[in-house]
Design a protein around this ligand. Structure first.
Ligand code: HEC
Length: 148
């Protein structure tokens, strides 16, 4: 009896311990990131500098790959790297605790009080902010393109 219970507790503990690493990769969809999220980093928003301009080769945690000369988008390897970096700045399933979404969001709308790159998103209704949130929430909510 006692042994059984202990065994169960151990099994649960092991499962919980393993969960974060698994779910982070499974919940965040790469195809969605590449087709919908990456273009946001390259897009010019009125009155703002593009994320890419400051965050390529930046010395903070959000560091995008440098585009090849003349190229308007990242190649596969670079996108994978961007995905890795961006994934470390979000809490899968929880946009409200994801620094990638909060830094560029206006403080009145729940964003960080300060970001050198400005208030890129005035509020959470910004269509691009919604796409970021969709990516973070995960595959169930995200209208993901079919896997290749
Ligand atoms: C004008 C330059 C500039 C632009 C444009 C810009 N940022 Fe930033 N961002 C910074 C700098 C500099 C920092 C470092 C902390 C600070 O000074 O705010 C930063 C910090 C961040 C961080 C936190 C990184 C860390 O180390 O914790 C995130 C996430 C971020 N920015 C996301 C974005 C996103 C997303 C966009 C586009 C929607 C964007 N930024 C546009 C300059 C910029």
């Amino acid at each position: 009896m006692m042994r059984n219970r202990l065994g169960m507790v151990m099994a649960v503990a092991v499962t919980l311990g393993a969960a974060p690493a698994f779910s982070a990769e499974q919940a965040l969809n790469y195809a969605f990131f590449k087709t919908r999220v990456e273009p946001i980093f390259l897009k010019k928003r009125s009155d703002h500098v593009r994320c890419y301009v400051c965050h390529s080769d930046s010395n903070n945690a959000f560091k995008l790959q440098k585009l090849a000369a003349g190229s308007k988008s990242w190649n596969e390897e670079q996108s994978r790297r961007n995905f890795e970096i961006a994934s470390q700045l979000v809490m899968p399933g929880d946009p409200a605790n994801s620094i990638l979404l909060l830094r560029p969001l206006a403080p009145e709308a729940g964003g960080f009080p300060y970001h050198s790159g400005g208030r890129q998103f005035a509020n959470k209704n910004d269509p691009d902010w919604k796409i970021l949130a969709q990516w973070v929430r995960g595959p169930k909510q995200a209208a993901t393109p079919p896997k290749k």
